[in-house]
Design a protein around this ligand. Structure first.
Ligand code: 5GP
Length: 176
């Protein structure tokens, strides 16, 4: 079976989590299976080497972007940068607020995490509305880093997160 099939087979699905009406996609089975996890990082690595050989950092989103980002960065021989939820990072930080279904949230990076002109790829586990990755792109723009693209394991197509992130490109391993 292909690497994609192996990844797809290890995504769980839970109706009505975390609340009624939401169909939650679970990456825990993927992390638990070494061959499937390796396949997912292989696919990201192939995509980056082919399309973005100039990338300088992988930027991962709190919290599940932290599970894939460092593995990929190691494969590529480059560094990993954390975008965290507000209040978790020491030192001077830069933040961007974004809308949630109810209220707002903020994401942050350390002020010196990226330098102007540095080329980065963003990674998270899942793209839904795109609000989270959009805020992270805003952070990169504030610091004048160059976003080469966004990557996720799973894209939920009907929420149109891809449109929200334009003109940035989104690469996903599996789409539902
Ligand atoms: P968005 O900002 O695109 O609407 O939501 C994406 C964020 O919410 C990601 O950080 C992701 O981890 C989380 N998320 C939303 N829905 C799901 C889901 O069904 N499964 C998982 N694993 N994460 C989700």
């Amino acid at each position: 079976q292909s690497k994609l099939q192996l990844v797809d087979k290890h995504i769980g699905v839970f109706p009505d989590f975390p609340k009624k009406g939401i169909l939650f996609r679970d990456i825990c089975p993927l992390l638990k299976d070494p061959a499937a996890l390796t396949a997912s990082i292989d696919l990201f690595e192939e995509h980056v080497k082919k399309n973005y050989p100039q990338v300088e950092f992988i930027v991962g989103l709190d919290a599940r972007g932290f599970l894939f980002g460092p593995l990929l960065a190691q494969r590529l021989g480059i560094g990993f940068i954390l975008v965290r939820k507000k209040g978790k990072l020491p030192g001077s930080t830069v933040s961007v607020a974004y809308e949630l279904e109810y209220g707002t949230a903020e994401v942050e990076i350390q002020e010196d995490a990226v330098a102007p002109g540095q080329k980065v790829l963003l990674i998270d586990d899942l793209l839904a509305t795109g609000g989270t990755l959009f805020a992270a792109c805003e952070l990169m723009r504030k610091q004048q880093a160059e976003v080469l693209g966004c990557m996720v394991v799973i894209e939920l197509k009907e929420l149109n997160g891809k449109d929200r992130l334009k003109p940035h490109s989104v690469f996903s391993l599996v789409r539902y």
